[in-house]
Ligand binder design. Sequence first.
Ligand SMILES: [Zn+2]
Length: 246
Amino acid sequence: MPKDNLGNEIIQDELLPELEIRISLKAKYAQLKVLYDGRVELVIPKDYNRKRIPQFISENQAWLSKTYATYQQHKQENPERFANKPNFIDLQACNEYWTVEYKQATKSKMIESSNLFRQLRVEYSDENKIQEQLKRWLQKKAKSLLLPWFDEISKKINIDYNSVSIRGQKTRWGSCSSEANISLNRSLVFLPSSLTVYVFIHELCHTRHLNHSKSYWALVKKFDSNYKVHEKRLNEISTSIPIWVI
Ligand SMILES: [Zn+2]
């Protein structure tokens, strides 16, 4: 029988994995989530009464089972997205489509060739570290593509920043600190370029307003009149980013 990570047998559905409970300082109410890697999580606010958990789960059991089944179906229908060894890498933002092949070798190496088409050859000494190799490769790609591009947009809209870095955040496309230090998600290279630019504009505008106030959106609108569509699209598209990246 599946259990939560406190050892309580509270999930009745045998098909579901072990429930993980996470206390969030930001959460205002309890929420169940099926995560991108198939884990099932219950997020609760800091002061949530633990005794209410079993009832909360049973009230949401039907939803959870349905959502998990949808996840499993999505996984079956999109094997490439969930593959540990992807056969292709589609960097839409820069129009680079890479086919990938793998070879066991004594030393780990990434070999790029782009004669007729772009091909990436992953030579690996440890099968379990392929994902790390791919991530390192992607990090380099993302840096060389996104950093100069971001700077170009900053100059174009005339909003300055202090520093910019590329990271592998799990849940955010970018962020901006009160000192105007911006970090961008390396997965931005998978988006259509219009969305990547929108994220640049979104973060740059946060250097003027560290919130999502009316004045903030008015500023965004000055540089991207289509920002509402882009914002919505950005939320939808996060479910298509390959899992090996995350
Ligand atoms: Zn924002």
